[in-house]
Design a protein around this ligand. Structure first.
Ligand code: WTA
Length: 634
C-alpha cells in the first residue's frame, strides 16, 4: 500500500489536505484496500451525540485484507514469528499461507459449534499463535472478539464476559510467563460459575498440565481442527459492523467495553502502521505488547498484517531467563522495529549494560514507545544504548478509544524531541482546553487534550451503553472528544503528553481506574473505606498508594498480614497488576462538605510533598490531613 509520507513537505501537505478535505483524504487512502462493495458516503458524524459513520454501506472483511490479499505475492513470507517463553523451545515461522489455513480452519470450527456473525467471543489466551489465529477467525466469520488479557483474575474475566454476554470462551490449559505457569482453564472455570451466556469453551493445549474437561461443554480445539474444512468464505461485513470489543478501565464503575467497527479501523491502523513505522517489505516488526491490549490489536496484529509484514509474537517477559532476553531476541531474529513501553525500558535500563552490549542490535532501524509518558532519562538510554544514536524514536500517543496512533513523529521526517509525542498525524486535530473550557490558541501553552474532528478508528460506543460513552468523552467539552490527558504544546507546536487528569492511574503502562480497586479493597471485611492515588515510581511510572480506614472492630496488631490480605483480595478481584505498592491505615479521609474525597491532597501526601495543600477551607475535617501526614508511609 503506497501511502507513505517520506518528507516533511509531504507530511505538511497531507496534513493540510486531511484537515481541509477530510473525506477526500480518507477516501483516497481507503481505495488502497480491498472492498467487496464500495462505500456510498465517506463520513457522517455528530460530535454532540457521539455518532460516527465512516465509509457508509461499504462491505468488506478485514481478514481478506490482512491475509488473503497477500497470498499471491507473499504466501511463503513469514506472517507471524513466534518466540516462545523458553529460549530453548524453537521459534515458529508461520507463513501467510499457513496463517490462512489455520484461520480458515478455526473459522469453520467456530461456525460448526454455532458461532454466528454478531456473537461475542471471549478470548483468554496466552501470547501463543493460537491467540492471533482466534482473533482473526472471529473477524473472518463476523463474530465480535473480546480479548481479555490473560493476567486478569477470574472475577475480572467474568465481569467482561457478562457485560457483553459472550457465547463462548476460547482459552488454553495454561500459559507460561517467565518461570511461572498459569492455569488459565481453571481461572475460566471459576469465572464461568457466574456466566450463563456461555454455551461452550474451546480449549487449546499449551502447557499440557492436566485439566478438567466437562463433556459437551469444554471442547478440545485440536480434535475439532482435525476435522475442519480448509476454506471458510469470509463473512460480508458492513463498514460499521463491530469488529471487536476491548475493555478499558473507567475512572468509576465497571470497565468500559470500547466498540471498534470494521472499515474505519482497518483503514486507519493500516495507514498508521505504514507511516509511523515507515514499514518496508523486508522489515521484522516486534511489538512487545500483549494482544490483550489495544497496542497488540492494532499494531502487533491488524496494522502489521494489513501491510503484509512479518510480526513477532513474544510469549515471555523481558527478565526471563535473564535481563538480556529482549536484546537476544532482536539479535536472533534480526528485528528492525522495536515497539515497547517506557516501563520495560526503565526496568532494563537499571540492569547492567553488558546485557545489552553482548548482543548485536545493528538490525534495528526504528524504536517506538507507547502507553505512558517516557521520561527524559529513559528516552536517552533507549536512544543511546539500543538505537546507538541512529534509530529515530517514535513516541506514539493514543488510547484504546482512539483505535490507532494519533500523535507521533514520523521517523526520518519529523525531528524528534525527547519526551515529546510531537505532531498530530494526518486527520488528527488536537485542541488544548483551558479551565474555562475554551480552546487555547497559540503555542507555549498547557491544557486538557481534546480532539475536534473524528478520525476513522475512533471507538463508536461503549458496548450497550452509549450514554456512558457520551458522558465520559463528549460531555466535558461539548463538541469535542476529551481524552482524559493533559498536554503541553511547546513554542514550535510540538505536543508533550503530561499524564492523566482524571482518576485513572497508569501503572507499568496499564490503565487502572482507582474506583474499581477501591471497591475491591472495601469488600475486605476489615475495611470501612479507602481512597487510592498514584505516585511517581522509578520503574512503573506510577504506583498505587492506598489510604485505608479500618472498621472499628478490625484487629490492627497484625498490619503486615492485613496488607498482604488486601493485596491478595485485589489480585483475586482484578489481577496482580492492580496491587498497591503502599498502604497507609488512616483514621479518616479528607472530604469536602458534600462528601467528596479531596484527592489532590492525598496525591501530594503520596508524592511526599507536604509543602502546600492549597485551599483546604472547604474540608469538613481539616484535622485529618495532619494525622495522615504524620503517619505517612516511607
Ligand atoms: C497514556 C495505549 C504519554 C495516556 C495505547 C493515554 C501515553 C493512555 C502515551 C491510554 C504516550 C499512551 N505518551 N502517555 N506516548 N501513550 N499514553 O488505552 O494517558 O492502554 O490516555 O492505550 O495511556 O492507554 P491505553
Amino acid at each position: 500500500m503506497d501511502f507513505t509520507i517520506s518528507t516533511q513537505e509531504a507530511y505538511l501537505s497531507n496534513y493540510r489536505a486531511s484537515v481541509e478535505q477530510p473525506e477526500q483524504f480518507w477516501e483516497e487512502i481507503a481505495h488502497h484496500y480491498s472492498w467487496m462493495k464500495p462505500w456510498e458516503n465517506v463520513l457522517d458524524f455528530d460530535m454532540k451525540d457521539a455518532r460516527f459513520t465512516w465509509f457508509q454501506h461499504g462491505k468488506l472483511n478485514i481478514t481478506v485484507n490482512a491475509i488473503d490479499r497477500h497470498l499471491e505475492a507473499r504466501g511463503k513470507k513469514t506472517a507471524l514469528l513466534f518466540e516462545p517463553n523458553d529460549p530453548n523451545e524453537e521459534a515458529q515461522h508461520i507463513t501467510y499461507n499457513e496463517l490462512s489455513e489455520r484461520v480458515n480452519k478455526l473459522s469453520n470450527v467456530l461456525k460448526g459449534i454455532g458461532i454466528q456473525k454478531g456473537d461475542r467471543v471471549c478470548i483468554y489466551l496466552p501470547m501463543i499463535p493460537e491467540l492471533a489465529v482466534s482473533v482473526l477467525a472471529c473477524a473472518r466469520i463476523g463474530a465480535i472478539h473480546s480479548v481479555v488479557f490473560a493476567g486478569f483474575s477470574s472475577s475480572a474475566v467474568a465481569a467482561r464476559i457478562q457485560d457483553s454476554a459472550c457465547k463462548i470462551v476460547i482459552t488454553s490449559d495454561g500459559g507460561y510467563r517467565g518461570n511461572k505457569s498459569i492455569e488459565l482453564k481453571k481461572i475460566v472455570d471459576e469465572a464461568l460459575v457466574n456466566c450463563p451466556s456461555v454455551q461452550n469453551t474451546l480449549i487449546f493445549k499449551r502447557t499440557g498440565d492436566p485439566i478438567e474437561m466437562k463433556d459437551g461443554f469444554d471442547l478440545d480445539a485440536s480434535t475439532l481442527l482435525k476435522e475442519a474444512k480448509d476454506i471458510c468464505t469470509p463473512e460480508i461485513m458492513d463498514s460499521e459492523d463491530p469488529l471487536f470489543i476491548l475493555y478499558t478501565s473507567g475512572s468509576t464503575g465497571k470497565p468500559k467495553g470500547m466498540v471498534h467497527t470494521t472499515g474505519g479501523y482497518m483503514v486507519y491502523t493500516g495507514y498508521t502502521f505504514k507511516n509511523v513505522f515507515q514499514y518496508q517489505e523486508e522489515d521484522i516488526f516486534w511489538c512487545t505488547a500483549d494482544i490483550g491490549w489495544i497496542t497488540g490489536h492494532s499494531y502487533l496484529l491488524y496494522g502489521a498484517l494489513l501491510n503484509g509484514a512479518t510480526t513477532v509474537m513474544f510469549e515471555g517477559i523481558p527478565s526471563y531467563p535473564d535481563f538480556g532476553r529482549f536484546w537476544k531476541v532482536i539479535d536472533k531474529h534480526k528485528i528492525t522495529h522495536l515497539y515497547t513501553a517506557p516501563t520495560a525500558i526503565r526496568s532494563l535500563a537499571k540492569e547492567s549494560i553488558d546485557w545489552v552490549n553482548s548482543h548485536d542490535l545493528s538490525s534495528l532501524k526504528i524504536l517506538g514507545s507507547v502507553g505512558e509518558p517516557i521520561n527524559e532519562e529513559a528516552w536517552h538510554w533507549y536512544d543511546t544504548h539500543i538505537g546507538k544514536g541512529k534509530c529515530p524514536i517514535v513516541d506514539t500517543w493514543w488510547q484504546t478509544e482512539t483505535g490507532g496512533i494519533l500523535i507521533s513523529p514520523i521517523p526520518n521526517v519529523t525531528v524528534t524531541k525527547p519526551t515529546y509525542a510531537t505532531l498530530p498525524l494526518p486527520g488528527v486535530q488536537p485542541v488544548l482546553m483551558n479551565e474555562q473550557s475554551q480552546p487555547i490558541e497559540g503555542n507555549g501553552v498547557t491544557g486538557n487534550l481534546c480532539l475536534q474532528f473524528p478520525w476513522p478508528s475512533i471507538a463508536r460506543t461503549i458496548w450497550e451503553d452509549h450514554q456512558r460513552y457520551k458522558d465520559t468523552y463528549f460531555s466535558t467539552y461539548p463538541g469535542y472528544y476529551f481524552t482524559g490527558d493533559g498536554a503541553l504544546r511547546d513554542e514550535t507546536g510540538y505536543y508533550r503528553i503530561t499524564g492523566r487528569v482524571d482518576d485513572i492511574v497508569i501503572v507499568s503502562g496499564h490503565n487502572l481506574g482507582t474506583a474499581p480497586i477501591e471497591d475491591a479493597i472495601n469488600e475486605h471485611p476489615a475495611v470501612a473505606e479507602s481512597a487510592l492515588v498514584g505516585f511517581p515510581h522509578d520503574i512503573k511510572g506510577n504506583a498505587l498508594y492506598g489510604f485505608i480506614i479500618l472498621k472499628d472492630n478490625a484487629i490492627q496488631e497484625n498490619e503486615d498480614q492485613l496488607r498482604k490480605e488486601i493485596n491478595q483480595h485485589i489480585s483475586e478481584h482484578i489481577g496482580p497488576i492492580a496491587k498497591l505498592d503502599k498502604m497507609q491505615f488512616v483514621s479518616g479521609l479528607p472530604k469536602t462538605r458534600s462528601g467528596k474525597i479531596m484527592r489532590r491532597i492525598l496525591r501530594k501526601i503520596a508524592e511526599g510533598d507536604f509543602s502546600n495543600f492549597g485551599d483546604i477551607s472547604t474540608l469538613l475535617n481539616p484535622d485529618v490531613v495532619e494525622d495522615i501526614v504524620s503517619g505517612k508511609c516511607s
